[in-house]
Each structure stands twice: as C-alpha cells, then as structure tokens.
Design a protein around this ligand. Structure first.
Ligand SMILES: NC(=O)c1ccc[n+]([C@@H]2O[C@H](COP(=O)([O-])OP(=O)(O)OC[C@H]3O[C@@H](n4cnc5c(N)ncnc54)[C@H](OP(=O)(O)O)[C@@H]3O)[C@@H](O)[C@H]2O)c1
Length: 276
C-alpha cells in the first residue's frame, strides 16, 4: 500500500495515515495481532498511550512483525497522573519497558495539565537525549498552545486533537501552520458516526468509496494526519486505501460546512490547565 508522509518541523517524516489503538487490549494477544495485521497491510505509524493499557501488546506486535523498527513510526503519551518533571521521566521509562523497545518516535503530553511547564521540561530532556525523535502535545487549544510556545525551549512538533467533520478546528489549524506544528486528528471518523451523515453518504456514492474513506481523504487533503482505529481486517484495509482518488474543492467545502464545533462526547480533562 502506498505511503504518504508529512515533514515535521525537525525534518522527521511522519506517515499521514496512522493506526489508532485505543480500546485494543493486551488480553488474548489482541493488540499484538491487530497491530501486526495493520503493519502487514501497509500502516507504518502506530498511535498508543500509557492510558490505553496496551503498550505491552503494541510493542510485542512491533517487535514480532516483519518490518524493521526504523520503518515504523510509534507514538505514545504521558498520562495526566504523571504530570511533573520526575514523574514524566519515570512514566517514559515505564512506557519503554512495557513496549520492549529502546526509543519512541513521538512522545506526546496527553492533556494540558497544571504542571505543564515541568512536564514539558522533561519531554524536552528526552528529546535532547535522543530517546524520542519528536515531541508534541494533545488537546491543546490555541490559548494553551500560545502559552506553551512562550515558555518552551523546544516547540512542540505535533498537536493531536479531536478533529472530524463535526469539529473542523479551522482556526487551530491556521495557528498550528503558522508555528509549523503538524496537526493529528483523533476520532477522525467520529468513532463510526460519519456513516449517519447524508452529505458524506452522498459523497461516498459519488466517488464510489466508503464514508470512512471520504472523510479520511478530506483529512489528507487538509494536510491533517489521521489515526483511525479498527480491530477488523477489512476496515484496516479500507482505512488506508485512500490514495487513488481526490475530492474536488466543492466537495471539500461540503464537508467543511458540516462543522458544529462539537465534540463526540464531553471531555472532563479539558480544564486542567486554565489559561486566561
Ligand atoms: N490524544 C487523545 O486524547 C486521544 C483521544 C482519543 C483517541 N485518540 C487516538 O486516536 C485514535 C482514533 O480515535 P478513536 O478510536 O476515538 O475513533 P475513530 O478512529 O474515529 O473510530 C474508531 C471506531 O470506528 C469504527 N470504525 C473503524 N473503521 C471503520 C470504518 N471503515 N467504517 C465504519 N466504522 C469504522 C471502529 O470499530 P471497529 O474497531 O469495530 O472496526 C471504532 O469503533 C484512537 O484509537 C487513539 O489512538 C487520542
């Protein structure tokens, strides 16, 4: 399967389609087997987090697959309970140990937290020591990101946020572009709910593609990295098979116009780091 990459601000290439792993479990070797299938079908970018409690399985899948480690781009994240300098360094070591790997490609702060200054210092140190190839954050709004850029010695290379047709985040995308921060979309296909949109259904018919493929192609044409999750082989194939067609400008705008600035569900972690 074809691959497309985006260059991060430090020159590292990240595959524009990644594989989400939230809800995959270590039990019954699920995470391991599904990740191996994804890699086998052409994915080269895997997204996990300490919070998902599946790093063992994900790491095992990466170690057991037939693709060299350096061809796979792996992300994990520090959870809010490990907010702070020492805690973040320890959490990183724990993640590496669970994964059974000796470096991470991208290490992200999972939510903007109270002690973000100290947490970010630890993240910068991991980057300087070359334990991670790139660093970034998740779920930072424009104000939180501006504040981080003020005190950071190294700017984040990525901001991973909830982004899909109901929440298009156009202003945040513009801001990130100005600061050369790549944007990743989590819940890129709205956990499957895109299938109930008539607009997307009509586009799927027009292009002879599935609803998921239409929305993933919309992300790609917006230069947004998408990390759809599935545990099913046919969907693993479907979600990366988006490189052989192009949405025209009018259809891109039709999807843009679905924006309601709405989350799939309320997020209780949003207010941990208040910036006036
Ligand atoms: N940084 C953060 O705070 C944060 C938050 C949430 C998620 N994430 C990351 O982003 C990834 C993706 O987000 P997500 O898992 O919330 O949502 P998603 O990728 O938008 O949707 C996943 C859901 O859609 C279904 N699905 C997958 N492919 C499909 C297709 N082609 N057609 C119809 N349904 C399909 C899956 O079911 P099946 O498995 O049954 O196929 C699953 O229930 C996560 O796995 C995680 O890695 C990050």
């Amino acid at each position: 399967m074809e691959q497309r990459y985006i260059k991060l601000s430090n020159g590292i290439d990240i595959p524009i389609i990644g594989f989400g792993t939230y809800k995959l479990e270590n039990e019954n070797n699920q995470a391991c087997e599904v990740v191996k299938q994804a890699i086998n079908e052409g994915y080269r970018h895997i997204d996990t987090a300490a919070f998902y409690n599946n790093e063992q399985g994900i790491g095992k899948g990466i170690r057991e697959c037939n693709v060299p480690r350096e061809e796979i781009f792996l992300t994990t994240k520090v959870w809010i309970d490990d907010d702070g300098y020492e805690k973040t360094l320890k959490a990183f070591d724990k993640s590496l140990e669970k994964l059974g790997l000796d470096y991470i490609d991208l290490y992200l702060v999972h939510w903007p937290t109270e002690n973000i200054k100290d947490t970010w210092k630890a993240i910068e140190e991991l980057y300087r020591k070359k334990k991670v190839r790139a660093i970034g954050v998740c779920n930072f709004n424009a104000k939180q990101l501006s504040k981080l850029i003020e005190f950071a010695e190294i700017n984040p290379m990525v901001n991973q946020v909830e982004l899909h047709p109901n929440r298009t985040e156009k202003d945040l995308l513009k801001m990130c572009k100005r600061h050369n921060i790549a944007v990743e979309a989590w819940s890129p296909i709205m956990r499957g709910a895109i299938q109930s949109s008539d607009t997307i259904k009509n586009l799927a018919e027009k292009y002879n593609k599935s609803e998921a493929q239409i929305v993933l192609r919309w992300h790609l044409q917006n230069n947004v990295i998408a990390i759809p999750k599935t545990s099913k082989l046919d969907r693993i194939r479907e979600n990366i098979d988006i490189f052989d067609f192009e949405l025209d400008k009018e259809d891109m705008e039709k999807i843009d116009s679905l924006n309601k600035d709405e989350r799939i569900k309320p997020q209780k972690y949003e207010e941990l780091y208040i910036v006036d």
